[in-house]
Design a binder for this molecule. Structure first.
Ligand SMILES: NC(=O)C1=CN([C@@H]2O[C@H](COP(=O)(O)OP(=O)(O)OC[C@H]3O[C@@H](n4cnc5c(N)ncnc54)[C@H](O)[C@@H]3O)[C@@H](O)[C@H]2O)C=CC1
Ligand SMILES: O=C(O)[C@@H]1CCC=N1
Length: 269
């Protein structure tokens, strides 16, 4: 376990997800620092984890690895604030959608290592999926350090940075699409007359079971779907309606839109 200090600047949903994962993974709380603009949120995190909350500049000065977990729109101001205490040897790990390593490098002194990551919220239960890409001056050890932060809360894949907007659209935003499908199926169950608690249990266990089949059998989803679809049966009737309502096309359009929005965030809008 590393003995160096890690700072998390911006401790909202994703910042706390990373913080809690590092704590669960056995990272010593006195090796973790938090910078958080909202005082009441900072107090909440100190209460919950016993972690020290400092101002951003002090946290960035003390830490070797600095996770940037503010909204993309807040990134330029945060970098301007901490740039004076950055220099070679510091590692910045950005979790922000859209923001490129080139942009971050342009805001900080030369020689600062920058790694771009796109995580997702299932990291909260150690089932996260993260895509990770190094900037222009990252050593193997620094990339491994950044990878280790995310590996403590799930899986990590190294990807070329040009794929980050697509990764954001698929796995970064992905849990929201799954939760949306789950909500829709529960509502449908209620519509069909099931008690809400029953519908909820049926849908969640079906989701978990299906996910486990995908992972454990390694069978292609098309084959698994065909196995459920009896000739002239109930599933075929349902799938025909999904095709009529262009659900597959809607998923493609939705993810293209997320990819495009990630690109726009890079331009500060
Ligand atoms: N929520 C998610 O599922 C995912 C979020 N992300 C990325 O993580 C980043 C954060 O997103 P969320 O946690 O959802 O947003 P959030 O709004 O919950 O958290 C952002 C936090 O940053 C704090 N903050 C803002 N400016 C600050 C500053 N200058 N210094 C210190 N703290 C500051 C805010 O008070 C807030 O607590 C975004 O860039 C987003 O693109 C990436 C993948 C998934
Ligand atoms: O919605 C967003 O912009 C962030 C990035 C990926 C998931 N949540």
């Amino acid at each position: 376990m590393t003995s160096s200090q890690t700072a998390i600047l911006g401790a909202g949903v994703m910042g706390e997800t990373l913080l809690s994962g590092l704590v669960r993974a056995g990272r010593r709380v006195d090796h973790l620092l938090v910078g958080e603009k909202r005082a009441e949120r900072a107090a909440e995190l100190t209460d919950r984890y016993g972690v020290a909350v400092l101002d951003n500049v002090e946290a960035a000065r003390r830490a070797d690895t600095i996770a940037l977990v503010v909204k993309p729109q807040d990134m330029a101001d945060l970098l301007a604030e901490i740039a004076p205490v950055l220099g070679p040897g510091k590692l910045l790990v950005s979790l922000a959608a859209g923001i490129t390593t080139a942009f971050i490098e342009s805001c900080v002194p030369a020689g600062v290592a920058v790694v771009r990551v796109m995580p997702n919220t299932p990291a909260l239960v150690d089932e996260g999926m993260a895509g990770i890409s190094p900037g222009s001056s990252v050593t193997d050890d620094q990339l491994a350090e950044a990878e280790g932060l995310l590996a403590s809360v799930g899986r990590v894949v190294r990807i070329p940075e040009r794929q980050q907007d697509a990764v954001t659209a698929i796995s970064g935003s992905g849990p929201a699409y799954i939760f949306y499908v789950v909500e829709s199926m529960i509502e449908a169950g209620v519509h069909l007359g099931l008690p809400r608690t029953t519908a909820t249990e049926l849908v969640i266990q079906t989701l978990v079971g299906s996910a486990k089949m995908l992972r454990e059998t390694g069978t292609h989803p098309t084959v698994l779907r065909e196995q459920v679809t009896s000739p002239a049966g109930t599933t075929a009737a349902a799938l025909r309606e999904l095709e009529v309502h262009k659900v597959r096309a809607a998923f493609l359009a939705a993810m293209e839109s997320a990819r495009d929005r990630s690109r726009e965030l890079a331009e500060g809008s």
